[in-house]
Ligand binder design. Structure first.
Ligand code: CO8
Length: 258
């Protein structure tokens, strides 16, 4: 299917999804989020895809939700239309890992989209921010929730109340991103990370994602129990046998997702 606002390339078991609204710095509108939800849902179903990378350009990942699109909406429009609700729910349902490769601006909904991914690798030019306060609104896709869990109350309050941007170095220090790399190396690094993940057993990969995400939804005791149950269930797979046998035989494991 041809998309208007994203470009998709599938190669070596990695789906690379590039946001593509150059006229608006990849601002998120209905079309972009619907297409993104569609392509990620398709990637989930496609056996050839083992990891997904979402990227923008070197100058911007995404500069937020589309302000032009939102500017003349009323409360009734956004409430009754549940703005971006179905699309972001679909993205959250994707069980395969998604890496955000962020360079330049990741602001408002752009920062929130990066945080919807499983981890963020960014370039040294990345700038994160929740500047919605400057527009007389607040974050609406996780900027007060996922960001707070990622970097803590002090910095999340600071970002959301002042609308200031956080550079790559601070983002790494604060735990918002997993790695910072030179801008020219960003895609190489993100694709290499995706390639590493693609080599693993998809069963353990999806179990990791489910278990880490569960930690945000439950108590420590419940989360530990969930993790242990998943760990035990791995012993019903051929891949557990193959992984441990391969280690003992000093060879690379050949996982078959069974
Ligand atoms: N929406 C629409 N268009 C945008 C946006 C945006 N968020 N950001 C940039 N653009 C457009 C500009 O209008 C401009 O278009 P044109 O050339 O037609 O005038 C083009 O992109 C280039 O932008 P600038 O000329 O402003 O470029 P600069 O390099 O001077 O500045 C900035 C870059 C700093 C990124 C600046 O564009 C900016 O501040 N953008 C807005 C950032 C922002 O406020 N983002 C938050 C938006 S609100 C949001 O994300 C809410 C999410 C929650 C939704 C909840 C749903 C439930």
């Amino acid at each position: 299917m041809a998309y208007e606002t994203i470009i998709v390339e599938i190669e070596d078991h990695i789906a690379l999804v590039k946001l593509n609204r150059p006229d608006a710095m990849n601002a998120l509108n209905d079309t972009l989020l619907a297409e993104l939800a569609d392509v990620l849902t398709a990637a989930q179903k496609n056996d050839k895809v083992r990891c997904i990378v979402v990227a923008g350009t070197e100058k911007y990942f995404a500069a937020g939700a589309d302000i032009k699109m939102m500017s003349d909406k009323s409360f009734v429009d956004v409430f009754m239309g549940d703005l971006f609700g179905a699309e972001t729910a679909a993205i959250a349902r994707v069980r395969k890992p998604i890496i955000a490769a962020v360079s330049g601006y990741a602001l408002g909904g752009g920062c929130e989209l990066a945080m919807m991914c499983d981890f963020i690798i960014c370039s040294d030019t990345a700038k994160f921010g929740q500047p919605e306060i400057n527009l007389g609104v607040i974050a609406g896709l996780g900027g007060t929730q996922r960001l707070t869990r990622a970097i803590g109350k002090a910095k999340a309050m600071d970002m959301n109340l002042t609308g200031r941007f956080m550079d790559a170095e601070e983002a790494e220090r604060a735990g918002l991103v997993s790695r910072v790399v030179p801008a020219k190396k960003l895609m190489e690094e993100a694709m290499a990370a995706a390639g590493k993940i693609a080599e693993k057993s998809m069963i353990s990969v999806m179990a990791v994602k489910e278990s880490v995400n569960r930690s945000f939804e439950t108590t420590l005791a419940e989360g530990m129990l969930f993790e242990r149950r998943l760990f035990f269930s791995m012993f019903s797979t051929e891949d557990q046998n193959e992984g441990m046998t391969a280690f003992l035989e000093k060879r690379e494991a050949q996982f078959r997702d069974r």
